[in-house]
Ligand binder design. Structure first.
Ligand SMILES: NC(=O)c1ccc[n+]([C@@H]2O[C@H](COP(=O)([O-])OP(=O)(O)OC[C@H]3O[C@@H](n4cnc5c(N)ncnc54)[C@H](OP(=O)(O)O)[C@@H]3O)[C@@H](O)[C@H]2O)c1
Length: 322
């Protein structure tokens, strides 16, 4: 089968399209014949070497397709089931091995593209808005990159809860998308000082929570946007990692809370995975959560897809197809 593999870390050109044998499922695993692959920023972190894994590796942590074979002791799924998953590496391929416990059945009426687009970013938005900082109606959230893959979903979920959303974006087109998703105020963080804008919009009060996926360029000012005892949720670093921090800075800024969450820790039990994936896929099926697919690339063009995501050209989900 033709897969994308990384033999050495670096730029998009390190994504090599090449032949490997189709793998056989081990105990507890299912083999999924993949129809749609979700691209995520974490794929870039692994490709560049910011996140470490053994070389060579097949990137990709999210896909949807059909169960094609199962290993010993697998009873939860069987051949022919339509499934989706997030969190197991190796998705940039026509077939991938996944622990059966991580597979979620795709409800009827949801196609493979939608399922692949919804899982990782959808469950991330779900845990951020419902568990890391459980937003309540009337609270105010600052969502950075509000027109991104996670951003559009998080904005919709926060809006649905009744929170006021301040979303940052880089372009007019992204501003429109963020507003459509439910952002009450849109801030162009490339043109204006977002800290000043947040203070102006909130009458100096600040926000209850900041969801920051950008990291180094936004982190310090994001802390300054928080209310007394507000929560800083740093959940990514598309703009680069935040340097080491003295915890004492949280005191004079208002006894702030800081967390650095990871989806794996919020989907680690069967119950949590079923809750989050169930909500996200059900809302997507009902049309109450809009899944925006920005672009679909053939798998062999994974390098172009990476380049588009990391140069901020995308809004919503990027997919690959084997
Ligand atoms: N912790 C978790 O569990 C978890 C899970 C999923 C994703 N994440 C994180 O969530 C973030 C978003 O992921 P995503 O896949 O949905 O990507 P994305 O938001 O669709 O893409 C990143 C967006 O960030 C903005 N951005 C600002 N500065 C940037 C820079 N220097 N380089 C690149 N982008 C920049 C851009 O929007 P503008 O053009 O509007 O500025 C860009 O479109 C990533 O940081 C990712 O690591 C974390």
């Amino acid at each position: 089968m033709k897969v994308i593999r990384v033999h050495e870390t670096g730029g998009p050109e390190k994504l090599v399209y090449e032949d490997v044998p189709v793998p056989a499922p081990d105990r507890g695993q299912a083999r999924v014949k993949i129809q749609a692959i979700g691209l995520n920023f974490i794929d870039i972190y692994f490709r560049t070497g910011l996140y470490k894994t053994a070389l060579p590796f097949i990137p990709g942590s999210e896909a949807a397709g059909t169960v094609d074979a199962v290993g010993e002791d697998v009873t939860a799924v069987r051949a022919g089931d339509r499934v989706a998953y997030a969190g197991t590496m190796g998705a940039y391929a026509p077939y991938s091995l996944v622990p059966a416990s991580q597979l979620v059945q795709i409800p009827g009426g949801i196609d493979f593209r939608t399922a692949a687009a919804a899982m990782l970013q959808g469950m991330t938005a779900h845990y951020l808005a419902h568990s890391t900082y459980p937003l309540r109606s009337g609270e105010t959230a600052l969502v950075h990159a509000a027109a991104g893959g996670v951003g559009l979903l998080l904005t919709q979920m926060a809006h649905r809860i009744g929170a006021r959303v301040l979303g940052t974006v880089s372009t007019d087109e992204k501003a429109e998308l963020a507003r459509d998703a439910g952002a009450d105020h849109v801030i162009f963080y490339g043109k204006s000082d977002f800290e000043q804008e947040v203070k102006k919009i909130t009458g100096g009060a600040g926000v209850d929570v900041v969801y920051d996926s950008i990291g180094r360029p936004t982190f310090d000012k994001s802390l300054n946007c928080l209310k007394r005892r507000g929560m800083m949720v740093l959940f990514g670093q598309s703009g680069g990692p935040v340097p080491p921090l003295d915890p004492n800075v949280l005191n004079p800024k208002g006894s702030l809370y800081l967390t650095r969450p990871n989806m794996a820790h919020y989907t680690a039990t069967a119950e949590e995975l079923a809750w989050r994936a169930g909500d996200v896929l059900r809302w997507a099926g009902e049309g109450t959560l809009k899944i925006r697919v920005h672009c679909v690339y053939p798998l062999r063009e994974a390098a172009q897809a990476h380049q588009a995501l990391e140069t901020r050209q995308t809004a919503g989900k990027v997919l690959l197809e084997p």
